[in-house]
Ligand binder design. Sequence first.
Ligand SMILES: Cc1cc2nc3c(=O)[nH]c(=O)nc-3n(C[C@H](O)[C@H](O)[C@H](O)COP(=O)(O)OP(=O)(O)OC[C@H]3O[C@@H](n4cnc5c(N)ncnc54)[C@H](O)[C@@H]3O)c2cc1C
Length: 401
Amino acid sequence: MRFDATRDAARQQWAAFAPRAGADYAAQRNLDRGPNEPATVSRLSPYLRTRLLLESEVALATAQMHGDAAEKFVQEVCWRTYWKGWLERRPQVWHDYQTELLRCASQRRLPDYQRAISGETGIACFDAWATELRDTGYLHNHARMWAASIWIFTLRLPWVLGADWFLTHLLDGDAASNTLSWRWVGGLHTAGKHYLARADNIARFTQGRFDPRGQLVEDAAPLGQPQHPPAGPVPTSSVVDANARTGWLLHADDLDGDGQLHRQLRQRLARPLDATAVLRSGDEAMLSPPVQAFRSAAREDARQRLAAAPVVDVEAVLAWAKDAELQQLVMPYVPVGAAQDALAAPIRQWRASGLTVATQVREWDAAFWPHAAKGFFQLRRAIPDVLSDLRTTEAGSAWGR
Ligand SMILES: Cc1cc2nc3c(=O)[nH]c(=O)nc-3n(C[C@H](O)[C@H](O)[C@H](O)COP(=O)(O)OP(=O)(O)OC[C@H]3O[C@@H](n4cnc5c(N)ncnc54)[C@H](O)[C@@H]3O)c2cc1C
């Protein structure tokens, strides 16, 4: 399993998977055949995470190619959108997770924790997933569910430490999908629902590669009652001053793989763009070396697409903006997560020095996030209408570029 962090590699992987994104995916996606066998799923998540590839691209193309049989794959893509929208509207859940993570820090020294992250628990399936995660930066969705459940209910380790372990090592590590999936497994997201990994289910969906009979706690209470803050407002795009000297700044939460945001910005401006750059946002020090390498290569790919624009560290943005005599910085919206946290103080500083900072929310997010106030069902119901609307916009016509 290999992930090259380029738009070309993302498109090749998508092109190879697309014919199977319909009925085959719906029938087989729960099978985890292991890292060395052909996947039943797309393995596109590292690309969607960095937006080297866009949700709109794969969803619209799947719907076009497979008709009704595209439903399952499109829904799964929309789970990512749902988690992101849900967290955008309740950022406190991310901040509470981080507070809890700090509170549990001392438990990282415990032998049980060390054995779990090193793949030395003696539970063969869990140990194999721990090794696979470390070596490849990827796990099948079912393996993530089983591993998280075993972590919480069999190994009895704090869920936040497990979520952090995943977030550090997954190439697709994402504040929303990861934190909220761990909360869902533990029973903290949906009342009355927690996920208990069962040995017979693991044996069946790994096609007998593992059979942890007698090793798992298969009957346990959820970690607690879900207590969610009320849903807040949906983020919106800022106003762009069409006449200001403007710099375009990409970052690893949205590397604008299809160039849609870049095109839209140029259309909105009454003058040519004055500078472009790719931002190193300063939140990656804790990530595993393979994840750092993936993000760095993804930035390099974006840099080349932007005619060799520089990669600038967050501390160097003001100097770069000053050199280009910028009055305005425009960026893709930075979602709730580590990059948003890392950029909060610098953005205040940029503004204090006289720069306007405008962020742009994608059409896809703007259309779906209003439906992410409660459960996934509400968003799922909106999928046909949103896709139909998007087909008539830039996002819909971008596929193929
Ligand atoms: C405990 C746990 C932690 C997770 N952490 C992350 C994470 O940090 N980042 C992340 O992108 N996903 C996360 N997921 C969701 C899901 O496991 C991955 O998105 C999926 O396995 C990626 O593999 P794929 O691209 O082959 O998926 P496919 O099945 O081919 O699906 C296509 C795309 O749809 C989206 N998707 C599919 N299933 C889900 C799902 N259940 N939730 C959200 N999006 C989904 C992904 O963007 C994925 O690339 C987590 C799930 C669990 C149970």
